[in-house]
Design a protein around this ligand. Structure first.
Ligand SMILES: Nc1ncnc2c1ncn2[C@@H]1O[C@H](COP(=O)(O)OP(=O)(O)O)[C@@H](O)[C@H]1O
Ligand SMILES: CSC[C@H]1O[C@H](OP(=O)(O)O)[C@H](O)[C@@H]1O
Length: 396
């Protein structure tokens, strides 16, 4: 059910969200509906509409014409709602169990109406509370392999791949990532945000020529390597989880980019969680880091063998070359994400919620060092086990 009425843009209120929900063929006529705005992200409104008798609910996500976290001084395209809904649907073709169902969209109102996942927890929140989420890395490894392989030139006719790349052209949201992940943290720019206790480490980054050169190369890859339809912002706050289920949401940053970007962002957010833990609880997250790559690469390899359409697919060494490039990109992108989540505009709660200043600063210094090492050593690290060993080494 896609809404067809021609509406001009207006921000929803609880009342208009309920009125809109009534027009969808979802709730019984006369149902007692309640609305709550539950958005906790940086950009959009999210209304949860529930039938107070049955408890049944749906989600209406609305993009604002600006970035919510900054306000009207940062205008932002409403087209991101269409990108998000279309990316959820496209990825859902390959991993139907790992994304929410999209029930309806309205491009003019910048709305996506989707499955209510409130029985799950945002993975970042659960991980901060010490949850293990036993299926998380297996599911995300599979999500990454299937969505990225199936939207790449290795699986699609070149006309279809280029049609999709044009459909998912997303310059304004890409610009946010180009600035906030790849540029601003490496310069003395106003958007950066860090504790005064980190100033010496931050200035060392701004003055580190070899590090900046590698960050520039990674930015170039992000700008130019149109390899597959990415999620574009795959952090643990974009994933709902429980012990048995995993669902990826919030794909408004989707575009055709380097496969390693989605992989690297997820790994970085696991690393930012791992460093906050000790003992067995840390081992759980370190295992997720290894398993994500292992499941991704074995699924990707299997898809290559069984469904690949590339003429060179059986040429000795080509698959290994492709996987090695993805691995090195992923490790470098993970390094950039770790740095930006520590000193850039948008931080992660895993680190920021540590109340004791001394511990928070010590862990942030460690994360910065890990980020730098991942960027600089990405071509020397032979395996995901070596990446985990590097994370461990930085903790000592
Ligand atoms: N399908 C859903 N079911 C239940 N809650 C949701 C759903 N989608 C989003 N939310 C809630 O809204 C919050 C913000 O959603 P998100 O898509 O991350 O917004 P933003 O684009 O602003 O980051 C999520 O952290 C979650 O709490
Ligand atoms: C001003 S956008 C900052 C930051 O927010 C986005 O994340 P989310 O929408 O999940 O909160 C994205 O990571 C951007 O880099």
């Amino acid at each position: 059910m896609t809404t067809t009425a021609v509406n001009s843009y207006k921000a929803l209120t609880d009342d208009s969200a309920i009125a809109l929900a009534r027009t969808l063929d979802f709730f019984p006529e006369g149902a007692k509906l309640e609305s709550q705005e539950i958005g906790d992200g940086n950009l959009n409104y999210v209304f949860r509409i529930t039938d107070s008798e049955s408890g049944k609910g749906l989600i209406i996500k609305q993009a604002l014409p600006y970035a919510k976290v900054v306000g009207e001084s940062w205008p932002l395209t409403l087209k991101r709602a269409t990108i998000e809904a279309n990316a959820l649907r496209k990825h859902g073709e390959f991993v139907p169990g790992l994304v929410p169902v999209v029930y309806a969209t309205d491009a003019n109102l910048a709305l996506t109406v989707m499955e209510d996942l409130s029985h799950l927890t945002i993975a970042r929140e659960g991980l901060i509370r010490g949850e293990a989420y036993p299926n998380l890395s297996k599911d995300i490894g599979e999500y990454l392999a299937k969505t990225l392989f199936q939207t790449s030139d290795f699986a699609l006719h070149p006309f279809e791949k280029k049609r999709l790349a044009a459909e998912f052209s997303n310059p304004e949201l890409c610009k946010i990532t180009e600035d906030l992940v790849f540029t601003d943290p490496f310069f003395d720019f106003e958007t950066n945000d860090f504790e005064p206790e980190l100033r010496a480490e931050v200035e060392a980054i701004w003055n580190n020529g070899p590090l900046k050169l590698e960050a520039a190369k990674l930015k170039k890859s992000f700008l130019t390597d149109a390899e597959a339809l990415l999620h574009g912002d795959l952090h643990t706050g974009s994933i709902f989880a429980s012990d048995t289920e995993t669902k990826v949401i919030d794909s408004e940053f989707a575009f055709y980019g380097p496969i390693g970007f989605d992989v690297g962002l997820f790994l970085a957010n696991l690393i930012a969680q791992a460093v906050t833990r000790e003992g067995e609880k840390r081992e759980v997250v370190l295992h997720h880091i290894e398993q994500t790559w292992n499941v991704f690469s074995s699924n990707f390899s299997e898809l290559w063998e069984q469904q690949g359409i590339e003429a060179f697919k059986d040429t000795a060494g080509y698959k290994e070359f492709v996987l090695e490039k993805i691995f090195q990109d992923a490790i470098g992108f993970a390094g950039c994400e770790l740095i930006r989540r520590t000193i850039g505009l948008a931080h992660v709660k895993d680190l920021d919620s540590i109340e004791e200043l001394e511990r928070r600063i010590a862990l942030k210094k460690q994360v910065l060092q890990t980020g730098e090492a991942l960027i600089l050593k990405r071509k020397e690290l032979p395996s995901i086990a070596a990446v985990v060993a590097l994370v461990e080494e930085q903790s000592r």
